[in-house]
Design a protein around this ligand. Structure first.
Ligand SMILES: Cc1cc2nc3c(=O)[nH]c(=O)nc-3n(C[C@H](O)[C@H](O)[C@H](O)COP(=O)(O)O)c2cc1C
Length: 130
């Protein structure tokens, strides 16, 4: 199984990554369910931070789609490694819902981060308000 964590920047003229997140999550739920991919999509201002975990073939295909997706740019790979078990649970693509406050989502996220490696948690802490 492969785990990828990357950041990218929205190309939406609004400058808010969140403006495309609902459409992206909807797409993700369809495809990820079929391909065994799980993960998390975090948005903060113009930034995306995404974790994807799943079978090598599925991740390679999704990565090709992500690299050519015009809704974001400057994809920066933070982690790309083999994993034994999923670190982020089995969400098909966890995302902060619009009606959920940042605080409530961050509490959920901090709960999740208790289970991940120190290195992985560090990337989130750099982006997510404490
Ligand atoms: C930040 C970001 C995250 C995305 N995450 C996913 C994802 O987890 N799963 C997914 O199927 N598509 C995701 N997409 C959409 C894919 O890039 C792509 O548009 C979609 O999977 C359809 O792929 P295709 O056009 O190659 O058929 C994401 C797009 C962006 C911009």
């Amino acid at each position: 199984m492969r785990q990828i964590i990357y950041t990218s920047i929205t190309t939406n003229p609004s400058g808010h990554a969140d403006d495309d997140a609902v459409a992206i999550t909807r797409q993700a739920l369809l495809r990820n369910g079929l391909d065994g991919i799980t993960g998390l999509l975090y948005t903060q201002d113009a930034d995306f931070l995404q974790v994807i975990e799943g079978p090598d073939d599925s991740i390679a295909d999704l990565l090709a789609s992500l690299l050519s997706d015009p809704r974001h740019r400057d994809l920066r790979m933070l982690i790309d490694r083999d994993i034994e078990d999923r670190e982020f649970g089995d969400w098909m693509m966890l995302h902060r819902e619009r009606r959920e406050t940042v605080d409530a989502f961050d509490r959920r996220l901090h709960g999740l981060l208790l289970n991940v490696s120190h290195e992985t948690a560090g990337y989130f802490r750099a982006l997510v308000p404490a």
